[in-house]
Design a protein. Structure first.
Length: 612
């Protein structure tokens, strides 16, 4: 019998796997601003290289489609060429034997539909749409467009106050974002082509620890304009708008319903994640920016709105999403069923719950659910469980938050949907009854759960915390005449409230519940648009000299991660759980930055100006 050896093939496959890993890194870090049709072409070419050659539609069709799309990308095609390409793609999609063929063709058809404006520009104008072109990934993907490479360079040089001011050029909450930002800026960090994204949030945390925001003088205020701006809501979006409007020389009055400023950063994020004294550092620095008057404890109704709208030259409504959604279940009115938003709000007011000896069940799978579960642990609960109707990997909570909750003893009960709440003889919560789920087809980009043919589960519970979303209280604003759609206040692309010239809307009350950095970004845009509405076009002076870029260190190395205090310690108190970097660690992490603002696309004109 002839001896066969598979060693050469195995070596080749291992080599291909290594290339595939490098290729996947390139896909994960696709630069913002890339022409979508060009990226579709690269996907199609990669798919053609994978064909096994057995079936004709895939073997011959994919290379032909790639050639056709190449002509489109090169602006050499016409409408007839596109029609033939669509017809061929439909044939490949419908007749290919395996997913290599039909998925590639289907993706092309989806892309042609999704990027129809770009396609039209290539066909009629002979070029990409205006604005297409690579940009600095971290700066582009930060909703507030903070100069990330700039403040990393300042931290590397030990200029921590300068780093804080580089952040505050676009975001007056450097401390808040150092603690709780979900760091979308890291999503396509080009350093991932070498090893892993730079720990951008961790570097910012080091900067604000070394130079607290309230000790760094804000930039000089512009000349007083005698224009008045009312900001309704003292959360991240409202205070951001107030900060920038004050720097522009306008006189700002902030109306806040609660007794203290901060919005959901104070009343929705537990102190163990974001200590209140650190939030106050950002707020104090904002108050130093100019003429800002604060009126706390003011509940704004339709009559108050009429007075404000008639008194101030411009109004910004940024009331957030402060109301918790409930469960439409039998027994949901039982004693012991609480809104997650109400619980966290009470904690923000200093009213610590006592769940000693209680069995607590949290319903939901987002960051708020994790915050509630970890708060319940610290409140002395005997057992804490999180019930979620999808899988763990489908949770919208940050993976690190889920891992931390589990480490603190929280049990995850997944693929279970709440059915009803059982009560004891006194009307108190006794148990949550759930119906097992299975994962069905994908809907709106997520696997949808459907009921499974399994028995109900009874989960004993003294307390049920409902963390299934937040609502915007729109009634007072609708009573004033503002428009709402599906529970959100309506505004145009310049954040101007529908039907009003001088009233602007932004943040969670306009978009629905989102993140702190997105609320900050809305406040920044609103301030700029209010300034234009008032007849100005202020350029704010931030006199910070960013250090020159050093040659890249291309040596692959591990990413520095922020640690946490041991679970056995941290779960007993509300002190900050996260530990910052050492000077050695931050120096290494700063050295991994490739300074895309000075190399590659960063040297092109117009990169940063579009965010000014």
């Amino acid at each position: 019998m002839t001896r066969l050896s598979i060693a050469p093939r195995a070596r080749d496959d291992a080599g291909v796997a290594a290339v595939a890993e490098r290729f996947s890194r390139r896909v994960r870090t696709v630069p913002p601003g890339t022409c979508p049709l060009a990226f579709e072409l690269s996907f199609l070419q990669a798919s053609a290289a994978q064909t096994c050659g057995k079936c004709v539609p895939c073997r011959d069709g994919l290379p032909q489609l790639a050639a056709m799309l190449s002509r489109v990308v090169s602006c050499e095609a016409n409408e007839g060429d596109v029609a033939r390409m669509r017809a061929l793609a439909e044939m490949v999609r419908d007749t290919s034997d395996c997913a290599i063929g039909y998925e590639a063709a289907g993706a092309l058809l989806d892309g042609l539909a999704a990027f129809s404006d770009e396609l039209e520009s290539h066909l009629t104008a002979g070029r990409c749409q205006k604005g297409v072109g690579q940009t600095v990934p971290c700066e582009t993907l930060c909703p507030a467009h903070v100069d990330v490479p700039g403040y990393i360079a300042c931290v590397a040089a030990g200029a921590y106050a300068d780093a804080v001011n580089v952040v505050r050029k676009d975001n007056p909450f450097p401390t808040a974002c150092a603690f709780v930002c979900e760091h979308p800026c890291e999503a396509r960090c080009r350093r991932a082509l070498i090893d892993a994204p730079v720990n951008i949030r961790g570097i910012k945390r080091y900067a604000v620890d070394a130079a607290s925001a309230d000790t760094v003088a804000p930039p000089p205020r512009s000349v007083d304009t005698a224009r008045t701006v009312a900001v309704i809501g003292g959360g991240p979006s409202g205070l951001t708008c107030a900060y920038f409007c004050a720097l522009m020389g306008h006189r700002v009055t902030v109306f806040e319903a609660r007794e203290r400023l901060g919005g959901m950063m104070r009343y929705g994020i537990p102190a163990y994640r974001f200590p209140r004294e650190r939030l106050d550092e950002d707020i104090r620095s904002i108050m130093q920016a100019g003429t800002i008057t604060v009126r706390c404890g003011v509940e704004v109704d339709a009559e108050t709105l009429r007075d404000i709208a008639g008194t101030f030259h411009a109004v910004y409504v940024a009331v957030g999403a402060q109301a918790g959604k409930g469960l439409s279940l039998p027994g949901a009115q039982a004693e012991g069923v609480l809104s997650a938003v109400d619980l966290l709000g009470a904690v923000g007011d200093g009213a610590q719950p006592d769940f000693s000896g209680k069995r607590v069940v949290v319903v939901g799978g987002g960051n708020v659910a994790m915050d509630c579960a970890r708060t319940a642990v610290r409140a002395g609960a005997e057992e804490v469980s999180v019930v979620y109707r999808r899988r763990r990997e489908d949770m919208t909570a940050l993976a690190t938050e889920v891992e931390s909750a589990v480490a603190e003893g929280v049990e995850l009960i997944t693929l279970e949907a709440p059915e009803r709440i059982e009560r004891d003889g006194k009307g108190r919560c006794a148990a949550l009854v759930t119906r097992p789920q299975m994962i069905g087809p994908v809907k709106r980009g997520r696997p949808a759960p459907v009921a499974a043919d399994k028995p109900e589960r009874l989960i004993p519970a003294d307390i049920v915390l409902v963390a299934v979303g937040q609502d915007v209280v729109t009634a007072p604003f609708e009573g004033f005449g503002m428009q709402a759609d599906r529970g959100r206040l309506v505004a145009d692309e310049r954040l101007r409230a529908a039907g009003f010239e001088h009233i602007f809307v932004g943040g969670d009350c306009q978009t629905g519940p989102a993140t702190v950095i997105r609320a900050i970004a809305a406040g920044k845009v609103a301030a700029r648009n209010i300034d234009e509405h008032l007849g100005f076009h202020h350029k704010l002076a931030y006199e910070v000299e960013v250090p020159s870029a050093l040659p890249n260190d291309r040596t692959p190395m591990g990413r520095v991660e922020l640690g946490e205090r041991p679970a056995r310690e941290r779960k007993r108190d509300f002190l900050n759980v996260e530990t910052g970097m050492s000077r050695e660690e931050v120096a290494q992490e700063c050295g991994r930055c490739l300074r895309c603002d000075r190399f590659g696309c960063g040297v092109l004109e117009g990169g940063r100006e579009q965010y000014a």
